[in-house]
Design a protein. Sequence first.
Length: 99
Amino acid sequence: MMERALFSLGPLPQKNFDVVFEDLSSGRTRRGSPGRSPGGRDRARLHKPYSTKTFKVVLKFATKIPISVIAQAMKGHQSENAQEAFRVLDIILRQHSAA
């Protein structure tokens, strides 16, 4: 089981769902179109069967991080939540710069 942190601006609608990944990278349709995602008929024509991996995703609400704590910390006020708010902000900025 792998755990990751996820932050969102608002509440997320689904809490439990499955994600299925299909590996089509090694398949090639008879029409000779590598890299193209095959449709219903083309899937039956793949020379090699594609493999799938299913992941069960469970989202749990952990806590609400008040971003206003960062503004207060910038003014010199200390708070219990300041460290956690800075950690969340750091993760968000790193993900944004990597994209």
